[in-house]
Design a protein around this ligand. Sequence first.
Ligand SMILES: Cc1cc2nc3c(=O)[nH]c(=O)nc-3n(C[C@H](O)[C@H](O)[C@H](O)COP(=O)(O)O)c2cc1C
Length: 336
Amino acid sequence: MTLPTDATTASAAGHARLLASHAQYLIATAARAPSVHNTQPWQFRIGPAAVELWSDPRRKLRTDPLGREMLISCGAALFGLRLAVRSLGYQPVVRLLPDPGRLRLLASVGIGAQVPMNPLEQRMLAAVPHRHTHRGPFLPGPLPPGLLAGLQHDALTEGSTLALVGVGPAFERVAWIVAAARRGDLDPRARAEIRRWTARAAGGAREGIPATALARQPPMSARLRQRDFDLGRGLARLPGGGAPPAATAIVLTAGDRRADWLRAGQALQRLLLHAASMWVFASLHTQPLEDAVTRALIRDKLALLGNPQMLLQFGRADAAASTARRPPGELTIMIG
Ligand SMILES: Cc1cc2nc3c(=O)[nH]c(=O)nc-3n(C[C@H](O)[C@H](O)[C@H](O)COP(=O)(O)O)c2cc1C
């Protein structure tokens, strides 16, 4: 056994102080992540050596029995937490699923070497407040040159892949599968959950999807059919229409287990923040991916080398309609 030196004891105490004094900032930055229906299914514990990320299964959707979408959401929060640690000038030391005996404990993020943020990390951090799921109109015009390659690099860095869906037959195949996968619109459980999480956003609540983030959906050949959050209630406040999306892409993972879903979530938030740093945003289309048969169909029909986790369409926009989040105090757990 090596005894701790004065220097390691001092740095452990310094790290504990750093985490404690920035707890609210770390949690608030992580919690700006996207989550299915804005359920925010995460909790945080600030320990002396690390911040722990826990899932909150009470917020898991009934249409997500394995917790795949819950863990993708938590993975996105994990990337935000890592970025927040980077902004303090340190490398995060991440242990994914550190304790097989505690399934809710998804990751611990400790403090590593002192390294200043690079320019891309600075731009991603600056994009945290305006990054949003874009359901309204896109602006016309192509994406900034090199951005899609950059987003593919982001996905690879996080242990996932971003497959681009070309215009033409590949896109038509995806659009057809998405349009045909109407199970979610008809399933009473899914409809009840949509009602619940859209109603929750009313009246100043800090969770769920508000009407101001929903768009009327005119048919548009280049835009994938969106999940029907409106359910005929006339809630949607954003106009439909606009320019077609500039690109369609799918986040893929090699495996299809809890660690893969956490990786997909980290890739998602990394590439969404990168895109948002250039005022490019994405609409997310996961309803068809809630059905294992449809996921297999997408994988086979597009000959994808991996498991589809997220389906996205990117475009430019100059407005940001951020949705609310619960405050850090509500997300902090004390564990004995
Ligand atoms: C796993 C996952 C699945 C999602 N599925 C959809 C979807 O099918 N349709 C949609 O419009 N948004 C979807 N979203 C986006 C969320 O609704 C959105 O992140 C949440 O409402 C918070 O809003 P924000 O992303 O603008 O911060 C999904 C997000 C995640 C992380």
